[in-house]
Design a protein. Sequence first.
Length: 502
Amino acid sequence: MSDVISGERAAALDADGAASKATLVAALTAALPHDIVLTDEESLRPFECDGLSAYRALPMIAVLPATVAQVQTVMRICHAHDTPVVARGAGTGLSGGALPLEKGVLLSLAKFNRIVDIDTDNLRATVQPGVRNLAISEAVDHLGLYYAPDPSSQIACSIGGNVAENSGGVHCLKYGLTTHNIVRLEIVTVEGERLTIGSDALDTPGYDLLALMTGSEGLLGVIVEIVVKLLPKPELARVALIAFDDLRAAGNAVADIIKAGIIPAGLEMLDSPAIVATEAFVHAGYPTDATAILLCEVDGTTAEVDEDMARVQAVAEASGATEIRVSRDDAERALFWAGRKAAFPAMGRISPDYYCMDGTIPRAALSDVLIGIAELSEHYGQRVANVFHAGDGNLHPLILYDANQPGELERTEAFGGAICELCLKHGGTITGEHGVGVEKIDQMCVQFPTAELQQFHAVKAAFDEKTLLNPGKAVPTLHRCAEFGAMHVHNGALPFPELERL
Ligand SMILES: Cc1cc2nc3c(=O)[nH]c(=O)nc-3n(C[C@H](O)[C@H](O)[C@H](O)COP(=O)(O)OP(=O)(O)OC[C@H]3O[C@@H](n4cnc5c(N)ncnc54)[C@H](O)[C@@H]3O)c2cc1C
């Protein structure tokens, strides 16, 4: 692994004019318990990266507040000292959103780990941002309820991070992303003020700040409380494992299933490299000779599940499936999903490093884009495995590389950029659920024209005039875009000429 941020990114993250470490430590420790202000290298090391471990930096200071009042104090002090702040949940993000700044404060929300209230009348839970995603469903399981968005990282990632990234998961095809499953947020502004956004009712008048805050990657405020929606658990869920010997047939089957009027609870795809690596790791019973498999789950009453599953099987057969296995009980269903959920870690067994991309495309373009990714893989001379939310058209190409080999990280970045732009070319977007962070910041220059980027900056300035919240992430400066030399995809040539033929 590279243990420094690559040059240009580091330059973008440096914040000039920040207060000296000694001044800031003195201000923070005068106002807060000493043990929540971490300053020595050993204590700071655990925060040096998130799930995108190719990029690392030690924060100047890390603070671990336990109360909203303490968060407000941190923000007031940092604002007064012109010091940038990076909020951090569990650090599982895959786009470098929680990457610290060497001249900034890392604000960990790890101690905000309480479920504050469960309201069974209105099917709501009030939770602190550091609560793990899965812990919400576990806490209401005995009531026959659950929280629907289920990122594969749900055992570890925090609900605050989910809101900041607008995270998705296997079940978001039917039940929506994080933004569709929350109703109210409490945030602390960059000046240390506490704001309520949204309400416990279904809608609020005025601009939709709840939607704006969701997916804002820590650039607009610090989330300190969240009210999430709870759903009754379906009576039954079954998953079909559907194998194909042709990538195009598998991609077409995804569109065909949804065109047939079925809305699966989850519809995921793994290609051959992902199947082989996952099966060796989890032994989920995946056919290792398949070119691709789909996992298609339907849920509802027993009658609904029987009817939908019969239709899924008929569509899959018509689409050229070579094998269809429907889970016979909950244990088998869990086993089929266990493979999918462990697919990312499984890559660690076949490659020293992997770089997870996150483009989203219209479903009908799936086959073309998968074939395009295979061609890019040959062009860049790097292996790629695909495991993704096929029903949402949300791709996760995992580029396999070895950071210890000179030039491989840079080539991987270029390959990743080309995949983003391939998605744009097919009417998609550069990220579906993992956020832009530092990873895809240059591709923002390709997706958005200058006028739109200027509006993003205007929104940022309305919340954070001094640009202290997570600077250098998610929204590129116009200067950076000029340097990148990108042209808006609709206006002409792509910066990767090899994409023209895909
Ligand atoms: C194996 C694996 C599988 C994954 N699968 C999925 C998946 O299926 N779907 C998916 O969407 N993602 C997935 N992810 C990515 C990641 O888990 C999500 O993006 C998750 O929401 C990040 O949560 P976190 O608590 O780790 O946030 P962090 O990584 O700590 O932070 C992410 C971003 O949120 C900001 N942030 C965090 N907390 C707050 C807060 N309280 N207030 C303001 N800003 C905040 C940070 O500044 C940063 O920009 C996966 C990651 C891994 C490692």
